[in-house]
Design a protein around this ligand. Structure first.
Ligand SMILES: Cc1ncc(COP(=O)(O)O)c(C=O)c1O
Length: 492
């Protein structure tokens, strides 16, 4: 895969000077400003500019973007060529309801996405957020079984410590303990859990890849049998688990065994590639490295690199063919589905990724990032694991390296490391997460720079991160050694 061509109509030569968007300074003085949002971090700093790998705050601080926000800014900030592509579309028309009209930008993006899968996928629905497309995948899986007369299929199997979105359906599929907690009574009862796949924490002493995979496959099959195999609609998984576990790939053979079980019992396999897809792990689609093609696939984040809120649901060729042969229409739709400006931005971002051969850079710089992380942090007493793929890496913190004991969740270690690193003298933006040790505890930070990063910027990111980690834990450990119970109150 990778040799597909972008439609030539999506051109660089648009001549608009700006996107014509209002700035915060255009708010009339007479309008009351809304209150600042509440924040556990005590208020968020005001960002004034982004350029390439750097973010600038109102007080002049320059921060190196080590995480693209939430693995979103995959070509960096402030690209004028994307702004021009969007302006060109806005010049033609800005919004049409998909129920009335088709539009070329969306059609081109959908065609390009389908081609990018080597024809494995047959349809693409363009939406705005990851949660929307996960919700859509859940509904399409259900509707597919209604179309083929298997109406008993209502159950979804997903893993602990996974994240699939914030809406009720997508949150129901998620295993993220703290994000689910307040809403538990509202979540779908048709979601069933199996354990996460987390080699660092779960592999038994001396267990081979094949034995580990076999143990996990048995657990999944058992879940099918308990539910009644003909009642399962789909298994939903992230090929490389993102925020919930911190960049955890599976071992070879795992997804093949999952797919075999799905096929055996007639259920669909849905891959949620909202975070790990669109090149983040070194191939455009994360499943390319697993040798497994899902029946439905979700995309988001890196699709438009943050220039517009873009996401997509890709539909496997078998389901697409059935829809066409039976004249089926998916009973689903959002007002902003198929938005032409969203599609124009996404297509331009993908054109840049392709023209600048950025997937090769993801693999090359990813290897360098891994080396640097291991060299600078690999022997730190509070670093338990360093893992990832491509430019998708995480560092997991532990209280005790030999036992892998996590810090108590209440200490909010990852959040505090992130906060410290973001401030002078470190000036590096990281993405923090909690829950990677199960049950809501376990801390990690994620490093997910843009695909056009070079080794100089990686050096800056790793230097800032390792200095912040050093400073943070030397104080935490010092306080622990002194038996001081005020650890949680440490202001770092
Ligand atoms: C794997 C995965 N799926 C779904 C989502 C939800 O996407 P969004 O926040 O755009 O709704 C996320 C967001 O982080 C994600 O990481």
């Amino acid at each position: 895969m990778g040799d597909y061509l972008l439609h030539q109509d999506i051109e660089q030569e648009a001549h608009a000077d700006s996107c014509g968007m209002a700035s915060a300074h255009d708010v009339p003085a007479s309008l009351p400003l809304p209150p600042a949002p509440p924040s556990v971090t005590g208020g968020r700093p005001l960002l004034t500019r982004g350029e390439g790998h750097y973010l600038f705050l109102e007080d002049g601080q320059r921060i190196t973007d080590g995480c693209g926000g939430a693995a979103v800014a995959c070509i960096g900030h402030g690209r004028k060529d994307v702004a021009k592509a969007m302006a060109k579309q806005i010049d033609k028309f800005t919004y049409v309801s998909w129920a009335h009209f088709d539009n070329k930008a969306t059609r081109d993006l959908a065609d390009w996405l389908i081609k990018s899968t080597g024809g494995e996928m047959g349809k693409a629905y363009i939406m705005c957020s990851g949660s929307e497309v996960v919700e859509a995948a859940l509904k399409l899986a259900r509707e597919y079984f209604v179309w083929i007369g298997q109406t008993r299929r209502v159950h979804f199997i997903t893993r602990d410590d996974s994240y699939h979105g914030t809406t009720i359906g997508s949150l129901s599929l998620s295993g993220h303990v703290s994000r689910r907690a307040p809403f538990e009574p509202l979540l779908m009862r048709q979601r069933h859990r199996i354990s996460a796949f987390h080699p660092y924490r779960q592999r038994l002493a001396g267990e081979s890849d094949a034995e580990f995979v076999g143990r996990k496959a048995e657990e999944l099959e058992q879940q099918f049998l308990e539910l009644g195999p003909d009642s399962v609609a789909a298994v939903v998984m992230e090929p490389v688990v993102g925020a919930a576990l911190g960049c955890v790939p599976a071992v070879p053979g795992y997804f093949k065994s999952v797919q075999d079980i799905c096929r055996k019992y007639g259920a669909l396999l849905i891959f949620d590639e909202v975070m790990c897809g669109m090149g983040r792990t070194g191939t455009l689609h994360a499943w390319e490295q697993e040798g497994v093609v899902p029946d439905l696939q979700t995309l988001g984040k890196g699709l438009a690199g943050g220039y517009q809120p873009a996401s997509a649901l890709l539909v496997g060729k078998d389901i697409s063919r059935l829809m066409e042969s039976q004249g089926r229409t998916f009973t689903h739709g959002h007002t902003y589905q198929n938005h032409p400006v969203v599609a124009a931005a996404a297509l331009k971002v993908q054109q840049i990724v392709q023209d600048e051969d950025l997937l090769t850079n993801v693999r090359t710089q990813g290897a360098y990032l891994q080396l640097q992380l291991r060299e600078k942090l690999g022997s730190h007493p509070n670093v338990g694991d360093i893992r990832g793929r491509g430019l998708f890496w995480a560092v997991e913190f532990v209280r005790d390296r030999s036992t892998k004991e996590p810090f108590p969740a209440g200490m909010q270690i990852a959040l505090r490391v992130q906060k410290l690193a973001q401030n002078p003298p470190y000036n590096v933006l990281l993405y923090q997460g909690q829950g990677c040790a199960g049950g809501g505890s376990g801390d990690h930070v994620m490093i997910m720079p843009a695909y056009n990063v070079d080794s100089r910027v990686i050096d800056e990111i790793v230097a800032g991160l390792s200095a912040a980690v050093e400073a943070f834990f030397s104080r935490v450990c010092q306080v622990q050694d002194e038996g001081d119970q005020r650890q949680d109150g440490l202001v770092l």
